[in-house]
Design a protein around this ligand. Structure first.
Ligand code: UDP
Ligand code: MG
Length: 310
């Protein structure tokens, strides 16, 4: 099966200095295949778009989708999938943290019939201790909460068979957490392992708040367990309250011991504690309500300003 097209999807947001080295490196790997490279410019404010356009003029297999503004990394990937034509579709970052040389290995696994080939990070370089720890906690948490196992230490560097891409393109929901959506149907999966390099140029665009948003979106898109846990916890706390009342009443009326009045510290504590618990639970409900709100509004996931070679 040598006769296939390989689509490469590259979301880019302010990566002007990375485009040249990225293309040099990836073309070296993929020029032996029939390929297309789709850059999805996610509202860059630097020269990213111009740089890509000069390449598009020289090479028709290099294509560009430009968003009207920044819609986020997940939406950029999603747009790339929508327009990809290949039988195998690889998504990769433009900052050379994902080594393009691995694509050959991914294709080999795909030849063997795997529908999804993830590149799994064995080691990460140049990323803060904080990022590593939060990433680990996030994957533990999401796997505890979610009904489908979501692979750990796996980013958005992966190969998808056309079948998987078609499934993604036919989804009716907002694709806020592609990693989960890719794992959900249970297609045959394999892994290759790599060391994640440092960013070639520039800084990460994933701020703490963006990471928390992604995490919350991931959890609430794949599980209603937080709601159920709230219910359980509510029952537990109510039970505790009843037990305390029973205990105190028996102490007072049967054994004529204990004081009713000096207990203000425990009273104060329980009011504050319950207030906190209630706020958290309202927040959890709110997360889901917000999701329903967004689905009902049904606004487009992204808007395209310009397409080149597509
Ligand atoms: N990116 C994007 N839109 C955004 C943020 C990032 O298209 O709003 C792109 C970015 O240009 C890069 C990839 O997504 O190609 C991964 O982003 P980044 O390297 O900042 O994330 P990290 O590797 O630190 O997780
Ligand atoms: Mg990066």
């Amino acid at each position: 099966m040598k006769n296939f097209t390989l689509s490469i999807i590259v979301p880019v947001y302010n990566e002007e200095k990375n485009i040249d080295p990225f293309l040099n490196r990836i073309l070296e790997v993929i020029k032996k295949y029939q390929y297309e490279i789709i850059f999805v410019n996610d509202g860059s404010t630097d020269r990213t778009e111009e740089v890509i356009k000069t390449y598009c003029q020289k090479n028709k297999n290099i294509k560009l989708i430009s968003f009207t503004r920044n819609f986020g990394h997940q939406m950029a990937l999603f747009a790339g999938y929508k327009f990809s034509k290949g039988e195998a579709v690889v998504s990769i970052d433009a900052d050379l943290q994902d080594p393009p040389e691995l694509i050959d290995e991914m294709i080999e696994k795909w030849f063997k019939g795997k529908k999804i080939v993830y590149a799994k990070r064995q080691q990460r370089q140049g990323e803060s201790f904080f990022k590593l720890i939060t990433a680990r906690i996030f994957y533990k948490l999401i796997n505890f909460l979610s009904d489908v196992p979501i692979p750990q230490e796996v980013g958005d560097f992966r190969l998808l068979d056309k079948e998987v891409v078609d499934y993604l393109n036919n989804l009716q929901e907002k694709p806020e957490f592609l990693r989960g959506l890719v794992a959900w149907p249970g297609f045959e999966t394999d892994y290759i392992y790599f060391k994640r390099d440092k960013r070639f140029s520039g800084k990460t665009h994933y701020s703490l708040s963006k990471m928390i948003n992604l995490a919350l979106n991931g959890i609430t898109s794949f599980s209603i367990k937080p709601l159920r846990l709230s219910t359980y916890f509510g029952f537990l706390v109510s039970l505790l309250a009843i037990l305390i009342v029973v205990f105190k009443s028996v102490q007072h009326f049967v054994f004529h011991q204990g004081d009713w009045l000096p207990g203000w510290a425990s009273l104060f504590f329980s009011i504050v504690f319950l207030g906190g618990v209630q706020l958290i639970m309202i927040g959890i409900i709110g997360e889901y309500l917000g999701k329903i709100f967004k689905e009902i509004q049904n606004r487009p996931n992204f808007l395209i300003k310009e397409k080149i070679n597509l």
